[in-house]
Structures are given as structure tokens and as C-alpha cells.
Write a protein that binds this ligand. Structure first.
Ligand SMILES: NC(=O)C1=CN([C@@H]2O[C@H](COP(=O)(O)OP(=O)(O)OC[C@H]3O[C@@H](n4cnc5c(N)ncnc54)[C@H](O)[C@@H]3O)[C@@H](O)[C@H]2O)[C@H](O)CC1
Ligand SMILES: [K+]
Length: 529
């Protein structure tokens, strides 16, 4: 599914209204129905399946987001709910569709109060304490900068309310283009976004505030929502399912791909093992690990299914490892370098050779990235020799771009795309919402994963998994998307049992086949995978 900026959403809306001819009031009504549907789906109903008597509080701003909220308020009254609206603007400030929806709501039995200052705090606090659902219709994509300070006071009350908070289009206080939150914002359990989701739901602090994101097309024609000019996407189950390679009945370890993993150093042999496990659990046919002499035996013993090649030096790989890597890589479909590698400066020449010589897809991770960052121009030295995939976390990205981590975090989307284009590489910029940027300028937000992944070794598992998808013939961008999405989904499955902490990187690897299997549509009966 595509993800848009405010400007792109406005353009789509404009075309839907003026080119296609759908009235704006109808879009607003559809938007309101999408919110009501979500409320109906989630609120406990009475014995007849109705919402009779349940309490809703709707916080309404003066723009069209507020107009959506007023339409929701009217529809909830018609559903039998006890509805209280708080207007954060004077009635005369409402314009167009929002003004009409205010009039229509005023014609119902719903209650409506105008917030004029601090005085109404006690009233709102009381209503919020009783509400089954709180609808946030203060600001939508029209908000810029920080919330007005008066509203901030009320937002804090909402965030303490026991009821379920649902934000219309985007949580108020979250900037729709950047996800920036200046001081505070509504913390929603669900956000119902219209047309297409906005960048701010995946950037900055946006993901911390939006809860579960539901997207409703509100009758905007599909062709507008699938505009080729929009180059940012969020990965979905359907997208990822389509990327899974189909196995042939006659397939064998040779056809399932051979991958080389260059990993490990003294004290970090576990990184090689975890990356290896990520690869094996992602279905690689043959895995060969190149690791320094000093730990080769240990790695060999801990990962039974892989072939382990001992290379020079003792504690960490050096320039003499190149001959072993080159020999192994000749018959491989993919190569990954970096997990637990350590930063032996003598290995830089090997990275240079890898980038210049190896024609199969190459994944650079961890210390391979840190070493590459030390030598300007190394990254672009591949010069079309073969595909390149980089998997930096923000610290590694900062080193690669010679900027600060804050610069990376405040500019994730633009930076990932710009560097993917510049380095002609797929850039997997890791984070709570990992961005996969393609050299053709497209970018994909990954919605899976949770803070439980913030533990040692999960990055190594991801690198191994991407290696495996590449080895199985999945193209580089798709292999990165597949690897990242399934890795996050595996963590989400573990979180449903353990919560957001306490599962291990190895468990993330071990769960990968189950989440992959969960995505596949075809039954295994009759031996069809
Ligand atoms: N996408 C669609 O097709 C549809 C979207 N709808 C809804 O409309 C809003 C966007 O409405 P808009 O009136 O443009 O913006 P807002 O409601 O967000 O209100 C902006 C309002 O607030 C002022 N403002 C901006 N920033 C601040 C600030 N920091 N402090 C105070 N005031 C601020 C600004 O000047 C405006 O007056 C969209 O999100 C959807 O919810 C349609 O209803 C359906 C079609
Ligand atoms: K909102």
C-alpha cells in the first residue's frame, strides 16, 4: 500500500473532488462511517448487538478533521450512543463541510460544549472518565508545529482517560509529514486514516502515538490511490506473500541456493551462529560460513548444518581471508559480510575486493559497514558489478554518511532514499519502523516488529535471513523486504506470548518458518508448498 505526504494526499483529494466529481461532503461522510465501523467493531455491544447507552466523547477542532468528528458524533447518536462533543473553536470558525456537520450534529440529541479556556477542564475530565470511547478530531493533516497550549492541557487528560482512544486520520499533535511531536500528542489505540496512510504514521514519534492503523479508501478511486508517482509504500501481508519463492517438488539443496556468510571474531562467534540460524530458518539450501581460525572450531560445533571455512587471522579476519572467500563465492548465489566481524583494518582490502569482484548479491552489515565507512569511495566502487544490500542501524548509517545519529533519525526517509540512489544499493535503515530504500528511489516502511527486537543478535539473524532469500533467487529489494517483514513478524508472534521483552535472537530465527508458513496460502496437502 502506498504512503503519502500531506501534499500528495491533498492532490489526490483534489482530483477525487474536482476531476472525478465526488462531493467533498460525501468523502467526509464516508470517512465518518469508517470511524464508526471501527468503533462498532471494537466496543463491547449489548445483548442485541447494539451500542445503546455507551458513552462517546468527541474532541473537535475547527478544520475538516473536526468536521469528520462531528459527522462521527451524529452517526454515533443514531447508533444509540450517549455522545458529548467538545468544540475547541467557536461555532463561527467552522467552514464548509465542517460547518454543515456542526449544524447537523446540533440537530441531534447529542451534547455540545464549547471549550473557551481552562474552566471546562472539570467538565471534560468528568466526561472523559466515563467515556467508553474518545474520538480525537482536533487536527488532521492540516496541523503544523506544536499543539496550542490550551489544547495540550486537554490532550494530557485524554491520554489519562480509561476509555479507548481513536484518532481520526492522524493523532492530533503528530505532524503528518514528519511524525514530529513537539511537546505532546494524543496517544491513540487506533488511528483510522483516509485514502492512504501518511508518512507521519511511520516516521519520528508517529508510531508511538498512532496505535493500530486502519486505512479506509472513503470512495477515492483506486487509480488515484495507486498513482505511479507515489514512491513510498508500507509492506503488507499480501505484498510479502507474493514475494515468497515457490518450491518445486524436485527442488534440492542445490536449487535452494548456496550462500556465503563471512562473520564472527573472537568473543563474537555467536553473531556468526545467529546469522547462520537466520539463513537456515529462511530456507537456504547450503550455508557456508567463513570465520577466523581462532573461532572456526567453535562455530562449526555450534551450527551443525553449515560448512565452516577457517580463514586468516586468528581473532578476526584479515586481508588473507580473501582467497578463501573468493574460492567459496565462485559457486554461491549470495554473500553476506559483517555479523560479529570486528574492525580489523586489514580486512578493508577484502571488502574492496568483494565489492569490485563478486558479481552475486552482496549484503554488508555491522562491522563491514563500519569498515567501509572508514574509506571514502569504497561503497560506490562496486560500480554496477552486482547488487548490493546494506543493513545499517542509525549509528552505522551516521558513520556511513558522516553525520550525527540525530541527523539520521530526523531525516530517515529522505536520507535512506538519497543514499540508496547515490550508492546504487538497497539500504535497509533499521529502526522501530525499518525503511527499505531502493536505488530506483522507492522506499518501503516495515510495519512489523516490536521493542522485543532490541536485544543482541537480532540484527545478525536478519542479515542471515536476507542472505537466504537472495540465495533462493529472490531479487535484492524483495529479499530485503521479505527478510525485514518476516523477522518483525516472528518477533510479533513471540511478543503475543512473552510481551515486548525476554525473547531471544535465536528464538526470532527459530520462529521464522512458522510466520512464513502462516503467510502461505496453498495447503501442503497433496505435497503443494
Ligand atoms: N484526505 C481526504 O481525502 C479527506 C480528508 N478529510 C479530513 O480533513 C482533514 C484535513 O482538514 P484541514 O481542514 O485541511 O486540516 P485540519 O483539520 O488538520 O485543521 C487544520 C486547522 O488548524 C489550523 N492549525 C494548523 N496547525 C495549527 C497549530 N499548530 N495550532 C493551531 N492551529 C493550527 C489550520 O490553520 C487549520 O485551520 C484530514 O486530516 C481528514 O481528517 C475529509 O474530511 C475527508 C476527505
Ligand atoms: K486527529
Amino acid at each position: 500500500m502506498r504512503v503519502v505526504s500531506v501534499e500528495q494526499m491533498r492532490q489526490i483529494e483534489e482530483r477525487a473532488i474536482h476531476q472525478y466529481g465526488i462531493p467533498s461532503l460525501l468523502l467526509m461522510e464516508n470517512a465518518a462511517w469508517a470511524v464508526v465501523d471501527e468503533i462498532r467493531r471494537c466496543l463491547p455491544k449489548d445483548e442485541e448487538g447494539d451500542l445503546n447507552g455507551r458513552k462517546a466523547v468527541i474532541l473537535v477542532g475547527k478544520g475538516n478533521n473536526g468536521g469528520d468528528g462531528l459527522a462521527v458524533a451524529r452517526l454515533l447518536v443514531f447508533q444509540g450512543m450517549d455522545v458529548t462533543v467538545f468544540l475547541f473553536a467557536q461555532p463561527q470558525e467552522f467552514k464548509g463541510d465542517a460547518a454543515l456537520n456542526l449544524r447537523l450534529f446540533q440537530g441531534t440529541t447529542g451534547k455540545c460544549f464549547e471549550i473557551k479556556g481552562e474552566k471546562q477542564r472539570r467538565l471534560t475530565r468528568f466526561a472523559l472518565a466515563q467515556a467508553d470511547v474518545v474520538v480525537d478530531a482536533l487536527f488532521g493533516i492540516g496541523m503544523r508545529g506544536a499543539l496550542p497550549s490550551l489544547i495540550e492541557e486537554y490532550v494530557s487528560e485524554v491520554n489519562r482517560a480509561p476509555g479507548w482512544v481513536i484518532s481520526i486520520d492522524i493523532p492530533s499533535g503528530v505532524e503528518a509529514n514528519t511524525g514530529k511531536v513537539y511537546r505532546t500528542a494524543i496517544c491513540a489505540q487506533t488511528t483510522v486514516s483516509f485514502g492512504l496512510p501518511k508518512w507521519g504514521l511511520f516516521l519520528g514519534e508517529g508510531p508511538d502515538y498512532c496505535g493500530r492503523v486502519v486505512v479506509d479508501p472513503i470512495s477515492i478511486p483506486n487509480s488515484y490511490l495507486q498513482d505511479e508517482g507515489i514512491s513510498t509504500f508500507v509492506l503488507t501481508d499480501d505484498d510479502v506473500r507474493a514475494l515468497l519463492p515457490v518450491r518445486k517438488l524436485k527442488g534440492h539443496k542445490g536449487t535452494h541456493g548456496k550462500g556465503i556468510l563471512v562473520a564472527g571474531s573472537k568473543g563474537m562467534s555467536g553473531a556468526a551462529v545467529l546469522a547462520g540460524q537466520g539463513a537456515l530458518r529462511s530456507g537456504i539450501g547450503l550455508l557456508q560460513i567463513v570465520t577466523p581460525h581462532g573461532i572456526a572450531q567453535d562455530v562449526d560445533a555450534r551450527i551443525t548444518e553449515a560448512t565452516v571455512w577457517s580463514a586468516s587471522g586468528e581473532d578476526s579476519l584479515n586481508e588473507e581471508a580473501w582467497s578463501v572467500i573468493l574460492k567459496q563465492a565462485e559457486k554461491a548465489q549470495a554473500l553476506a559480510v559483517g555479523p560479529g566481524l570486528a574492525q580489523n583494518l586489514r580486512f578493508i582490502s577484502v571488502l574492496d575486493e568483494i565489492l569490485k569482484t563478486i558479481s552475486c548479491p552482496v549484503v554488508l552489515d555491522a562491522d563491514a559497514l563500519n569498515l567501509v565507512a572508514l574509506e571514502a569511495g569504497l561503497l560506490t566502487s562496486r560500480n554496477g558489478r552486482g547488487p548490493l544490500i546494506l543493513t545499517p542501524h542509525p549509528g552505522e548509517m551516521a558513520r556511513l554518511c558522516q553525520c550525527s545519529v540525530d541527523d539520521v533519525e530526523n531525516n530517515r526517509l529522505d536520507l535512506a532514499v538519497a543514499k540508496a540512489v547515490e550508492w546504487e544499493a538497497v539500504v535497509v535503515l533499521k529502526g522501530s519502523v525499518t525503511i527499505i530504500a531502493s536505488p530506483d528511489g522507492r522506499a518501503f516502511f516495515n510495519p512489523t516488529g516490536n521493542p522485543g527486537l532490541g536485544t543482541g543478535g537480532t540484527g545478525d539473524v536478519l542479515t542471515g535471513s536476507i542472505l537466504a532469500w537472495l540465495a533462493q533467487g529472490v531479487p535484492p529489494l524483495e529479499a530485503a523486504c521479505l527478510g525485514v517483514y518476516l523477522h518483525g513478524k516472528s518477533a510479533d508472534s513471540l511478543a503475543s506470548e512473552y510481551g515486548w521483552s525476554g525473547f531471544t535472537a535465536l528464538e526470532v530465527a527459530d520462529y521464522l518458518p512458522k510466520v512464513r508458513r502462516g503467510l502461505e496460502l496453498k495447503p501442503l496437502d497433496g505435497k503443494r508448498g
